[in-house]
Design a protein around this ligand. Structure first.
Ligand SMILES: NC(=O)c1ccc[n+]([C@@H]2O[C@H](COP(=O)([O-])OP(=O)(O)OC[C@H]3O[C@@H](n4cnc5c(N)ncnc54)[C@H](O)[C@@H]3O)[C@@H](O)[C@H]2O)c1
Length: 248
């Protein structure tokens, strides 16, 4: 069923991985998709995939580490589609290292992209949602933001920060028909986790009751649910998609 017919969704980091899967799943649910990321060629591929399946998508170059880029992409997407009512803050990076070795730039880059980026994109796209008196903001956090992880103080801080941001914003905009939720994926097989060696992957798997890594579509399914009417009464929530790795 096309539960999101007539809605427009803006997905950051939509060129690959979880972002791409979210864009495709939201398009399958009937939403028009603003695909936003830094790599035009890859964005074009995702747009072509959505269009070939009968969906509607438009690409927008976006670097979430740049405020100017965010403002330009948000403005262009609203101009193109007339509105944006669903936002998936998915773009994210890691710069893993132990705290004592962590450079200031490793900290700043991760916080800027993962947390400040989500703040600025949400701010840039809030007006059309306020106008529509309907909106869905879904922030892609991480299990690591709930449990912590050695070697990821910067990443865990950014993802925990996103959870606080989600709850505070949820309270702020609830009266306007806008929900704000977070999805906290566990160990999902994407480019981000391909850098782990076999030993690290096996160690991770022993922590997962469901006995397998997650897929991009496991996360996309949760995001599509939170964007749907079925989730109308859910806000300020952190939805774990982690195979039972952490039960909050
Ligand atoms: N893979 C996992 O196990 C896992 C677990 C928990 C959370 N996450 C989160 O899911 C999200 C997607 O990650 P993924 O696993 O698909 O990895 P990925 O590296 O394949 O995707 C990250 C996406 O973010 C984009 N991005 C990074 N910096 C950007 C910037 N400055 N401007 C615009 N786009 C930018 C990348 O281009 C890419 O499209 C991230 O926020 C990540 O932290 C992933």
């Amino acid at each position: 069923m096309k539960t999101l017919e007539g809605r427009t969704a803006f997905v950051t980091g939509a060129s690959q991985g979880i972002g791409r899967a979210c864009a495709i799943a939201l398009a399958q649910a009937g939403a028009k998709i603003a695909l936003a990321a830094r790599n035009q060629a890859r964005l074009d591929e995702v747009a072509a995939e959505i269009t070939a399946a009968g969906g509607i998508a438009q690409t927008f170059l976006l670097d979430v580490a740049s405020e100017d880029s965010i403002k330009a992409a948000a403005k262009a997407a609203v101009a193109h589609f007339g509105t944006v009512e669903i936002l998936v803050n998915n773009a994210g990076i890691t710069r893993d290292t132990l705290l004592l070795r962590m450079k200031r730039a490793d900290w700043d880059d991760v916080l800027t992209t993962n947390l400040t980026g989500a703040f600025l994109v949400s701010q840039a796209l809030l007006s059309p949602m306020l106008k529509a008196r309907w909106g869905r903001i879904i922030n892609i956090s991480s299990v690591v933001g709930e449990t912590g992880q050695a070697g990821q103080t910067n990443y865990a801080a950014s993802k925990a920060g996103l959870i606080g941001f989600t709850k505070a914003m949820a309270r702020e905009v609830a009266s306007r028909g806008i929900t704000v939720n977070a999805v906290a994926p566990g160990f999902i097989e994407t480019a981000m986790t391909h850098v782990l060696d076999e030993k690290q992957k096996q160690a991770m798997l022993t922590q997962i009751p469901l006995g397998r890594p997650g897929t991009e579509s496991d996360v996309a399914g949760a995001v599509t649910f939170l964007a749907s009417e079925a989730a109308a009464y859910i806000t300020g929530h952190v939805l774990d998609v982690n195979g039972g790795m952490y039960m909050g």
